[in-house]
Write a protein that binds this ligand. Structure first.
Ligand code: ZN
Length: 231
């Protein structure tokens, strides 16, 4: 069990003083390098995963890393936060990150598990196209594999949903924004990135000089006009 007040005391007495300059700068400014859309799951810690400092990542989190499409009645705080990150903060790198063993994806696969939670049940409906895609593409998948595939298909679906918003789509089409679809594997610490086809995921590796593969994959994705036409 974490001790909340002990953690706060340690932050104030040890961590904050050792980063005083950074926090002084951040007191009046933020220029985040990326928008990171992730699940609320406690095991997903974006700043730890990317080794990012305060001020680096603009976070949007909810059950299932869902982005309601344009026109949804429940876009609310999620879409407003994304709009702010893009329009007010000029963020141009957007990472949509799902994760293994996601409870929200279990909820879309097994509606009976969330029927006593009407808000959750309604929210995860935004992942219904992911469940249908898995049923279509992997009809023989066993339970564990089906969940893994649903996590991936949900990332694909939520990237598509991002593109239904004109403030995203116009920037992507103009080459001023890059979208990444990731799946974080809690068991191994690895991350799989959506590849050029927009349908497959492969592990992100790093080249010798440290340039991540995902930049290359993204360029391929942008160059693949068929992908955008399929959306
Ligand atoms: Zn989750």
């Amino acid at each position: 069990m974490i001790d909340i007040l002990t953690g706060l005391k340690r932050f104030q007495t040890e961590v904050y003083p050792s980063h005083r300059e950074l926090f002084a700068h951040l007191a009046a400014n933020q220029q985040p390098r990326a928008l990171f859309i992730a699940c609320s799951d406690s095991r997903v810690v974006p700043n730890l995963l990317l080794q990012a400092e305060p001020g680096d990542l603009f976070l949007v989190r909810n059950a299932g890393n869902i982005v309601p499409p344009a026109g949804s009645a429940d876009g609310g705080g999620t879409v407003a936060s994304i709009e702010y990150a893009v329009a007010a903060l000029d963020i141009t790198d957007v990472i949509l990150c799902g994760h293994t063993n996601c409870g929200a994806m279990k909820g879309i696969l097994h509606p009976e598990k969330v029927e006593s939670m009407p808000h959750v049940a309604a929210w995860v409906q935004h992942a219904t196209p992911a469940r249908r895609a898995v049923e279509r593409l992997f009809p023989e998948a066993g339970e564990t594999d089906k969940l893994e595939r649903t996590v991936e298909q949900n990332v694909i679906q939520q990237v598509k949903n991002l593109l239904t918003h004109s403030f995203i789509r116009s920037r992507v089409e103009a080459g001023r924004m890059e979208l990444y679809g990731w799946v974080y594997d809690i068991r191994s610490g690895t991350v799989r990135g959506m590849d050029a086809s927009g349908q497959e995921f492969s592990e992100i590796h790093f080249e010798a000089h440290g340039s991540p593969d995902e930049k290359r994959m993204l360029r391929e994705l942008e160059a693949d006009e068929e992908f955008w036409e399929r959306l």
